[in-house]
Design a binder for this molecule. Structure first.
Ligand code: IMP
Length: 169
């Protein structure tokens, strides 16, 4: 096991407090990137004590075979509401090459938000192919393929309450 449920929740609570402080008095929208971020977002939003918090969902699929992402990002579901004038926080499960987040930021910026920032549970800094600033980061991890707490391999293991490493042959 790599990150226990307790370790994850403790860090997520800290992030929530930090985010609530940074966005006090603002109209914050969490843009949850499906599907991998659904559990992270569920815990994170409950740790952010802001009266005006909104939550919306954005579906992306990065094509790739097995555990390698190709960097080609397909949008599978758009936001339900406009974000013009809002403070947007993209909620990601993991920033790997950085291509998905970069693509999303470029796209969302065209809709006139007041600000865009990124919150990611995990980051694999050694894999970065593009420079992405992660404003709120849970954990930095080594270049290992991980599953659980929303993250999958071929759609499996999303329901694990902890994050574990997939052994590659
Ligand atoms: P990026 O565009 O390369 O940064 O890839 C981001 C997406 O690839 C994430 O949102 C995940 O869906 C997927 N991904 C990257 N690394 C992992 C991993 O270790 N486990 C599960 N999914 C991963």
């Amino acid at each position: 096991m790599m990150l226990s449920a307790e370790t994850i929740l403790a860090r997520v609570s800290e992030l929530g407090v930090e985010i609530a402080k940074a966005y006090a008095g603002r109209n914050l929208v969490l843009v949850v990137v499906l599907k991998g971020s659904f559990l992270f977002a569920a815990d994170l939003c409950r740790a952010i004590e802001l009266p005006n918090l909104r939550i919306d969902f954005f579906g992306v699929r990065s094509y790739g075979d097995g555990t390698e992402s190709s960097g080609v990002v397909q949008i599978t579901q758009d936001l339900a509401a406009p974000i013009a004038g809002d403070d947007v926080l993209i909620v990601e499960d993991i920033v790997d090459t950085g291509l998905t987040v970069l693509h999303m930021m470029d796209l969302l910026r065209t809709r006139g938000p007041r600000s865009i920032a990124v919150c990611s549970l995990l980051s694999k800094p050694t894999r970065a192919r593009v420079a992405v600033n992660i404003d709120y980061l849970g954990f930095s991890i080594d270049d290992k393929f991980v599953v659980g707490y929303g993250l999958d391999v071929a759609e499996k293991y999303r329901n694990l309450p902890y994050i574990g490493i997939v052994e590659r042959d």
